[in-house]
Design a protein around this ligand. Sequence first.
Ligand code: NI
Ligand code: MN
Length: 223
Amino acid sequence: MKITYYGHAAVKIENEQYSVLVDPFFRGRGDEEGLKSLGKVDFILVTHGHYDHLGDAIEIAKEKNAVVVSNPEIAGYVGSFGIECIGFQPTGWIKMPFGRLKATNALHTSGINTDHGTLYGGLAFGYVIEMDGKKVYHAGDTGLMADMQLLKREQVDLAILPIGGFYTMDIEEALRAIDFIEPAGVLPIHYNTFGAIEQDPCRLKEKSPVPVTILGNGESMEL
Ligand code: NI
Ligand code: MN
């Protein structure tokens, strides 16, 4: 199973059969190259409606014939563009062709930014993605929350955590999240895209009790 980081919160999780892309934000960062390098995409998971997460999901779904997965409000919005969507809620596991999927709470807002103002975007999500028996938690945009303690019993193999601060957890809070979740490893995201979220991910790596992998844009790790 391969994890590729494209920058900001955009991550692809894939095995030989399936490719799952989370929060595909490319054009808004001027990253046409990243967009072109995507390859096959079967599912696009959107954590919430903000422009830096819904991003290029509609265009990519059209081009790759991918299914968009999110909350019912975002699924309804994306579906109005003729895209196949699955809208669900934070409940138990749902079965997916690539394995299983669970939506988690996220401490964040979720308005859908459009040219005509902000639409109601439902709840902000994180996701636990199970593929090949391994569990990856993509936290989306979130502050630290006690609910993260519930993830400990999932025995998460990789926690993908925002560390930029201002809109999400910063490094200190991400360290507390790691204490709550006890994942086998951590991939930091959502930093250094804009001035407000500048962070040095090496500080997380130095202080974390579990291994932290720092990936540059377009770099991959095996899990
Ligand atoms: Ni956001
Ligand atoms: Mn964000």
